[in-house]
Design a protein around this ligand. Structure first.
Ligand code: NDP
Length: 285
């Protein structure tokens, strides 16, 4: 089964649009997401544009604050202070990465945790780590939430399964590992210092790859019937095409379910951002 993130996210977006259509009438306004983009990194500019388009489609008001790459940490902090205080702003997203002279942690932790739509402030990260099963009253990071939603949509229950997560970043690897743990999986996290990764991945019933290494996971590293969520977004060094961390061709015959790149986790991430913005809005009422 190929997990078509594009199709699944399209239907979630349609449901969200329906859900919030009467919000202006009911609550006096639509939910609002503000993005801060520092610099003109082409990938970041593209992501932000996609977010704007998706907001419009769902019916969320969107606003982007574009600052030059030379903007100082103080300037970004000042913008955040204004947005934190602005009651018409429900969600704030700081597009990462930030230019090297700005401390990402300082910026992220200046964000009002109630408006932290990607769940990356230190407070919300710690809330995730202490969260037991059940509903969170803060935002779950969008990409990990999208990975879990894809598994759910495919009817794959992690309970009692062996899950292997490749990557230990704060935005993908670690939170997705915690969500899998909460869902009852036995989780192993691998990283750049892990030896004999293939031996570990061959135990996986569920494999989440988030290492940023093109086609790193080959079919011979997989167990028959594994469900694969490929988070990686890379450029194939040979064909120059977009590809994931998993070698799709050799993995496909082994997998019971697999996400393609592009068209897998990527569209789900934006979709979860929309859901989180709506949740931040609703928590105010
Ligand atoms: P980071 O660079 O922050 O983290 C990469 C992780 O992979 C690190 O933990 C690193 O280990 C590990 N790693 C790197 N090389 C290897 C290797 N050869 N073997 C084992 N582990 C390795 O990346 P992100 O978590 O931010 O992103 C990961 C990928 O996911 C990227 O391709 C990114 O573009 C993509 N992405 C996609 C999104 C989407 O919406 N689809 C959203 C966010 C990211 P160590 O800690 O030891 O250095």
């Amino acid at each position: 089964m190929i997990l078509n993130g594009k199709q699944i996210s399209d239907s979630i977006k349609a449901e969200l649009a329906k859900k919030i259509a009467d919000f202006p009438q009911k609550y006096g306004r639509a939910p609002k997401l503000t993005v801060i983009l520092v610099g003109k990194d082409p990938a970041s500019t593209r992501y932000v544009r996609n977010k704007e388009i998706t907001c419009e489609r769902v019916g969320i008001e969107s606003h982007t604050i574009r600052l030059p790459a030379t903007a100082s940490e103080e300037e970004v902090l000042k913008e955040l202070e204004i947005l934190n205080k602005d009651s018409s702003v429900d969600g704030i997203l700081v597009q990462l990465p930030l230019p090297k002279h700005i401390s990402e942690r300082n910026i992220i932790d200046a964000l009002d945790p109630k408006k932290d739509v990607d769940g990356i402030t230190s407070l919300n990260i710690s809330r995730l780590w202490t969260l037991k099963r059940g509903q969170a009253d803060f935002c779950i990071p969008c990409t990990p939430a999208g990975c879990m939603r894809l598994l759910e949509e495919a009817g794959i229950n992690p309970d009692g399964k062996n899950a292997v997560v490749l990557g230990r970043s704060n935005i993908v690897g670690l939170p997705v590992a915690k969500l899998l743990l909460n869902a009852g999986a036995t989780v192993t996290i691998c990283h750049s210092r892990t030896r004999n990764i293939g031996e570990i991945t061959r135990q996986a019933d569920i494999l989440v790859a988030a290492i940023g290494q093109p086609k790193f996971v080959k079919g011979d590293m997989l167990k028959e019937g594994v469900a694969i969520i490929d988070v990686g977004i890379n450029q194939d060094p040979v064909t120059k095409e977009l590809c994931g961390d998993v070698d799709f061709e050799s993995a496909l015959p082994k997998a019971s379910a697999i996400t393609p790149v592009p068209g897998g986790v990527g569209p789900m991430t934006i979709c979860m951002l929309m859901e989180n913005t709506i949740e931040c809005f609703l928590r105010k009422f």
